[in-house]
Each structure stands twice: as structure tokens, then as C-alpha cells.
Design a binder for this molecule. Structure first.
Ligand code: URA
Length: 489
């Protein structure tokens, strides 16, 4: 029997070295035990039969190394053995990773997914508290991760809060940033974490301001923000009263709404003129199998371009799967990045107002962005929005296409140049194309208009009023399409 002792819960290099030596010596998985060294060595440390120094070599797919690096951070104590078994089998079955139903493949994949999900939760739910003031201020947060993700998640906080010294305390390990390097110290108990400070009120005010009673889905919300995180969130004290008050506020919003809820309407079916079209139709059908919630889960792990590195989270589209209109913006802004929802900041308020004036109930439309991660440059405490470039728009287009296939709206409204580039698959000038609908190759109609942030940026009040009017007029075209397709149904 071989007893491998790794130096820590996250000792991937140690595992890799040992696994390689074991595999090269042809040691079977059930002849190996794995554990992590604890501070007190055991009275009788097991002895290992000698291993030949590893010579020779074998290849495993790069995908395996990527998977193992993440799965090893799972809290399952069997993970080292599981990964060794998979490595052992991969030596002779190179395509094994393609067999997603094989338990030796499925389990590490599920573990890696759980680790990534935990990492996202940490990005979203760490709340710093300020200790000391001015020159001496330091920001400290308490977090209880489900898996061993602190080292994995720490670089994100170093990039995001580059100019403030912070510490994230957890029961496993603590991460510290001094403005130059991230360092780690052993874990601590919750009692060592600081209590409330003046940042709490800011969080509460911010949360209350983005809370929309009409869009409240308690189950989805609890899935995104599970109860176990609540006790560390300053805004948690608001959640219960806001949910309780939501019924009342939503009825008030419905009473004030300009239009009746729209009836279910007929969907445009893709044309089937020739083989190519029918291939496209079956591809379309495959894509339609996507359910928006499943897509949202999948997109949460998107690494198709570099923007995920600095953003808090993927901000996926939101709205009913049966929506007849799909509104596409550019990318989430600062507030959307924090809230994880599209158009909840100032541009969202402008959009809500214009939709209402055009006679469209926001609750009936699907709202999304061409690019799903916030792109910005830090300027002191502010994050300055940056326009996404063509490779970023292209990398993200898969999500727009899959949302489109899942929703199959009658009309897509592209707001601004980035959205138009994504919707049409090429640069499409706004002014030349606005004012009328344009047919897309798949039969969906598209409408081009300006982005609501453009209206916010206009310095001159007259121009602002005039452009706002034009924006509402464009949305009225959308309302008209809705009415006509409702009659045709
Ligand atoms: N601007 C966008 O394009 N999308 C948002 O979600 C917010 C601001």
C-alpha cells in the first residue's frame, strides 16, 4: 500500500507529482491512500514501499489538468483518489473525458462545477468592513466558503480592489492584500471578524434602490443568494421586509402600468425551403431546447474572453421565456455588475421610463446585453466603463444567439452600436437604420435605436429632450409590432 501525504488541502503540485510517479510505477488506484498532512504527525506514520524514480512518460489531455486543478479544491475527501483513478484510466483510454456518463468523469466534472459556483458566490457576496479611518483604513471581510477556494478567488479581489488594503478571513485560510502582493495566513474563527461599520448603510441603501418588487422571484433569488450567505450581508436585514412588502408594491406598479398584459402570441416559424434551411432549422431546434435558466447557469462560468477576470459575475439576460420583445443593450455597468441583473442602474431607469411611455410593460420583455461581463478601468474608487471591442463582442455572441433561440421573440431591439453589431453580426450604423424594422435571416425582425446611456450623456437639455422623444418613438414602433402580431395570432 502507498500512503501519500499532501502538504495542504490545495496541494495540486504535490498531488500531480505523486500521481505521476505512482502511474509510472504502475501502482493501481486501490493500492494508494491519500490524505493531507495535519499539524500533529501521527504516532506511527505509515511507511511506503519504495517507488522507482519516475522515468518514461505518458500524456493526458490538457483538459484533464484544467479539470483536476479545479476539482481538487472541492471539499470531498475522496477527491485525490478519484482524480488518480481518472488519471490511471486516461493513460490507456485517451478519449475517456468525452464519456460524460462515466462516473469517474462525471464526478470530477460535477466537483469542478461546484467549486466554480462557490468561487462566483465568493466574488459576489464578500462584503468588506472598514477598520480604522483615512490613511490607516483597512478593509476586512468574513466569508465561509464551501470549498477550498480562497487562493483561487483572491486574485480577483486584488484586481478589483487594487488600491485598498484588505483581508478576507475564513475558517480555512485568510487572504491579505497590501496593494502589491496577496499573502495567506491560517484560518481564524468568526469571532475575529469585525462587526458593523459605516459601509453597511451604503450597502443597504444600494440594495433597496435596485430591488424591484415586480421582478421578485423568491426561489430564484434564494438560489442565487442562498440563506447561508445572508448573515454576512449588511443588506440581509432588508430582504425579509422587502419581500413582505413586494406584494403591495407590485400591485401598485400594476395599477399604474400603462398597458394591459399582452396575450400569448403566435411564434414565427423558421422557413424550411431547402436542405440547408432544414439543417438550420434542426440546429435551431437543438438550440431551442435550451432553457433560459440552464443557459444562465452555463454562462456563469463563461471564460470565452478575458472580461470575466475583473467582473464580479456574468450578467445574463432577464425576463420571461415567452417574451415577444427582446431588448439588447451593450454590456452591464457598475450597478448591474454588482447586482447580477441587466439595466438596474441609471440607464435602466431611463429605459423603464421610455418603455412605459411607449406603452410597453417591462415585465413582458426579455432584457439582455451583447456582452455579459462589465468592462472597465479602475480610477481610484470608481470603475470607468469601457466600450467592448469586436473580439469581445464576437466571443459573447454565442450567448445572445442561444438566448434568441430560446426566447424566439417577434422583435429584437438593438440599443446602441455594440448591440447592433451583435444582432446583425456586423457593424451597423444606428442613424441610417433606425425608424423601421429590418428582417433578420432567421425570420425575426430587428429594430435599431440608440442606447439609453447616450441620452444620459447628452449635455444640452434641448437635445436630450429631442433625442429622448425619438427613442420613445422607436420603442413605439416595437409596441406597434407587438399589437399587430397579437392581432394576427
Ligand atoms: N448599459 C447596458 O448596456 N446594459 C446594462 O445592463 C446597463 C447599462
Amino acid at each position: 500500500m502507498h500512503h501519500i501525504i499532501l502538504s495542504s488541502e490545495t496541494d495540486f503540485d504535490g498531488w500531480r507529482k505523486a500521481a505521476r510517479a505512482l502511474a509510472l510505477n504502475d501502482i493501481k488506484p486501490f493500492d494508494v491512500t491519500w490524505r493531507v498532512a495535519d499539524d500533529a504527525p501521527e504516532l506511527f506514520e505509515p511507511t511506503n514501499p519504495p517507488l522507482e524514480p519516475p522515468h518514461g512518460t505518458f500524456n493526458v489531455p490538457a483538459k484533464f489538468v484544467e479539470l483536476a486543478e479545479v476539482a481538487i479544491l472541492h471539499r470531498n475527501p475522496e477527491r485525490f483518489a478519484l482524480l488518480y483513478r481518472l488519471l490511471w484510466r486516461l493513460r490507456t483510454h485517451h478519449d475517456l473525458l468525452e464519456l460524460a456518463t462515466d462516473p469517474d468523469v462525471a464526478e470530477p466534472i460535477a466537483m469542478a462545477k461546484a467549486v466554480r459556483r462557490d468561487e462566483r458566490k465568493m466574488h459576489a457576496f464578500v462584503r468588506f468592513r472598514e477598520i480604522g479611518r483615512e490613511q490607516k483604513s483597512h478593509f476586512v471581510a468574513w466569508f465561509e466558503p464551501e470549498h477550498h477556494i480562497v487562493e483561487l478567488a483572491a486574485p480577483f479581489f486584488a484586481r478589483r480592489f487594487a488600491d485598498m488594503p484588505w483581508s478576507i478571513l475564513t475558517p480555512d485560510v485568510c487572504a491579505h492584500w497590501d496593494g502589491h502582493v496577496v499573502s495567506f495566513t491560517p484560518g481564524v474563527s468568526r469571532s475575529e471578524a469585525p462587526g458593523a461599520d459605516r459601509l453597511e448603510e451604503t450597502w443597504r441603501r444600494y440594495y433597496a434602490s435596485i430591488f424591484n418588487p415586480a421582478r421578485l422571484k423568491v426561489q430564484a433569488m434564494q438560489k442565487e443568494m442562498p440563506r447561508k450567505y445572508w448573515r454576512n450581508l449588511p443588506e440581509a436585514s432588508l430582504i425579509k421586509p422587502l419581500i413582505e412588502g413586494a406584494g403591495r408594491s407590485a400591485s401598485a406598479m400594476i395599477a399604474n402600468a400603462a398597458t394591459e398584459p399582452h396575450k400569448p402570441q403566435k411564434r414565427l416559424e423558421p422557413a424550411k425551403a431547402n436542405n440547408k434551411a432544414s439543417d438550420e432549422a434542426s440546429e435551431m431546434a437543438r438550440k431551442q431546447a435550451d432553457d433560459i435558466e440552464a443557459l444562465r447557469e452555463e454562462a456563469a462560468d463563461c471564460r470565452a474572453c478575458h472580461l470575466y477576470k475583473n467582473a464580479t459575475q456574468t450578467v445574463f439576460g432577464e425576463g420571461r421565456q415567452t417574451a415577444r420583445i427582446m431588448l439588447v443593450g451593450e454590456q452591464p455597468g457598475d450597478k448591474e455588475d454588482l447586482a447580477g441583473k441587466p439595466f438596474v442602474g441609471p440607464a435602466g431607469q431611463m429605459l423603464d421610463r421610455a418603455l412605459q411611455e411607449a406603452g410597453i410593460d417591462r415585465r413582458t420583455v426579455y432584457v439582455t446585453n451583447a456582452v455579459k461581463h462589465f468592462k472597465f478601468v479602475p480610477r481610484g474608487k470608481i470603475r470607468l466603463h469601457q466600450k467592448p471591442n469586436t473580439p469581445e463582442i464576437k466571443a459573447c455572441r454565442q450567448w445572445y444567439e442561444r438566448e434568441l433561440a430560446a426566447i424566439r421573440p417577434d422583435l429584437v431591439v438593438a440599443m446602441g452600436a455594440t448591440a447592433a453589431q451583435s444582432v446583425f453580426g456586423k457593424i451597423t450604423p444606428i442613424n441610417k437604420n433606425r425608424g423601421h424594422t429590418i428582417d433578420l435571416p432567421d425570420g425575426t425582425r430587428a429594430l435599431v435605436t440608440v442606447h439609453p446611456s447616450y441620452l444620459l450623456r447628452l449635455p444640452d437639455a434641448d437635445a436630450k429632450a429631442r433625442e429622448y422623444r425619438r427613442f420613445v418613438q422607436d420603442l413605439e414602433i416595437a409596441a406597434d409590432v407587438l399589437r399587430k402580431s397579437a392581432h394576427a395570432a
